[in-house]
Ligand binder design. Structure first.
Ligand SMILES: Nc1ncnc2c1ncn2[C@@H]1O[C@H](COP(=O)(O)OP(=O)(O)O)[C@@H](O)[C@H]1O
Ligand SMILES: N[C@@H](CCC(=O)OP(=O)(O)O)C(=O)O
Length: 444
């Protein structure tokens, strides 16, 4: 299989053939519906594959769902409750049971397991993001297998990933993974749900997600969340971060080794040639609070001419967001093609929608160039070059370099500490600064 190019791979002092691999296991693959128990044979086989990959020198991280589903089974509930507090309580019950088996099985295979529970704010704040990356580096350097889940029990609604497909893509982005395998109860993405439509056919390779025509409208299993929709969202994030995402079946975990060897199984999403680095990579992990739809002209300016977003091209504003929140940038049909940090809140963007810069002062009562999203705060999810230069003030050292340093027992360079005090919120564009000055002057 063609290797994924990575700018930090060369910096890894260990063999370049050592891959960073994230394996996400869905609830549907972890529970045995017939007996209402954990699917121990499936879990053991997956752990054996992890052992084989580890023995080859690869770094493996497991993202495991199942806390809520297993919690339900432990209490004999026949379906997931809908109340958040109940799901959180069940996650607490299920997670400990799940981890006990991961620990036992991995231990029996000669591996040490570690647990990482994350919430969205752990990644949305860049200093916490760097900190999480450093922790993963140490866990991998110690030779452990991190088992990751969302910290369901404490996360409040707006700080939840909500599904582990997204979480696994965020983790893959964070650790600069080469591969993300989404193991589920179907063997591939199909043109339609194969459990409902017998004429559905598998899709083996996806080069460009935006031109994909698969019906993913039906939800998945009784226990899983999101079905294929969240897997496609994960694919957009992972491929933009330069990671090859593969949807494959948990019924044959050995398939992972075969796929790495070049076999065509499952659905492979080809990573973008130009993977996002540094701050732009981090942007992919910031929670999205809303969406801005734009006309073809604005999309062309952003995608092909590497411009910032201005109000004149905006045709629709979705959701409520604050200034400096991350938003999806969508084409005129609502398809997401980029993400960025908005300089204005959703009400202001709505007020400015479709307006030329010259009209804004009269509309808002202060002078602004109306730059909604600065180019530097914008990450493209489509193929193409992004020529915007990275901010040199942000550390570029990736996990691979840090892992190499750690393995070589070199002292850390303090990049994370340097990053800490400087919040991304302090990095507003000129428009934001002008807006703030204007509001200060008006005593707002
Ligand atoms: N186009 C499609 N191709 C394949 N599966 C689909 C499609 N649309 C919906 N599905 C459903 O997605 C399910 C897998 O998603 P989900 O239940 O969330 O699994 P997991 O718990 O593994 O994340 C499958 O069982 C299938 O019913
Ligand atoms: N954190 C939740 C994840 C729920 C979830 O995304 O489930 P799935 O769709 O099966 O991956 C849990 O452990 O139950």
């Amino acid at each position: 299989m063609k290797r994924v190019p990575s700018c930090v791979k060369a910096a890894l002092h260990t063999s370049p053939d050592k891959l960073i691999i994230v394996i996400k296991i869905g609830t549907s693959s972890l529970i045995n519906e017939t007996y209402g128990t954990l699917n121990l044979s499936s879990l053991s086989r997956i752990c054996e594959v992890v052992r084989d990959l580890h023995a080859k020198g690869h770094y493996v991280i497991i993202v495991s769902s199942g806390a809520v589903g297993v919690g339900c089974q432990r209490l004999g509930l026949s379906q997931r409750p809908t109340k958040l507090a109940q799901k959180q309580a069940l996650a607490a019950i299920g997670q400990v049971h799940l981890m006990r088996y991961y620990e036992d099985i991995l231990n029996a295979l000669g591996l040490t397991c570690s647990q990482v529970l994350l919430t969205l704010d752990n990644l949305a704040d860049r200093s916490q993001y760097i900190n999480a990356r450093n922790t993963f580096t140490e866990l991998l350097a110690y030779g452990t297998i991190p088992v990751v889940n969302e910290n369901d029990t404490v996360a409040v609604q707006e700080l939840r990933f909500g599904d582990n497909d997204t979480l696994s893509a965020q983790v893959a982005t964070l650790v600069e993974a080469d591969y993300l395998f989404l193991m589920t109860d179907v063997d591939a993405l199909y043109t339609a749900n194969p459990k409902i439509d017998p004429t559905a056919t598998p899709i083996h390779v996806v080069e460009d997600i935006s031109s994909l025509t698969a019906d993913t409208s039906t939800t998945g299993t009784q226990w899983g969340t999101g079905g294929m929709v969240t897997k496609l969202t994960a694919a957009r994030i992972a491929t933009a971060a330069g990671c090859c995402l593969v949807i494959c079946t948990s019924a044959k975990p050995e398939g992972i080794v075969e796929i790495l060897g070049g076999a065509q199984q499952g659905t492979r999403f080809v990573p973008l040639q130009r993977s996002l680095k540094g701050r732009k990579r981090w942007l992919l992990t910031v929670p999205v609070r809303g969406a801005i739809w734009m006309d073809a002209g604005a999309m062309h300016a952003i995608r092909d001419r590497h411009k910032s977003l201005f109000p004149v091209g905006v045709i629709k504003v979705v959701g409520e967001f604050s200034a400096q929140d991350a938003v999806s940038l969508c084409d005129q049909s609502g398809h997401e093609f980029a993400r960025g940090l908005s300089n204005f809140d959703s009400k202001e963007v709505l007020a400015m929608k479709g307006k030329h810069t010259a009209e804004l002062a009269a509309l808002l009562g202060y002078h602004t160039d109306g730059e909604l999203i600065h180019r530097g705060n914008l990450a493209l999810l489509l193929p193409g070059e992004d020529h915007h230069e990275e901010d040199d003030h942000w550390p570029k050292k990736g996990l691979r370099e840090k892992l190499a340093q750690r393995l070589a027992k070199q002292p850390a360079d303090g990049a994370a500490a340097a990053d800490g005090p400087r919040s991304w919120k302090a990095r507003g564009s000129t428009a934001l600064i002008v807006l703030k000055q204007s509001m200060d002057q008006r005593g707002c």
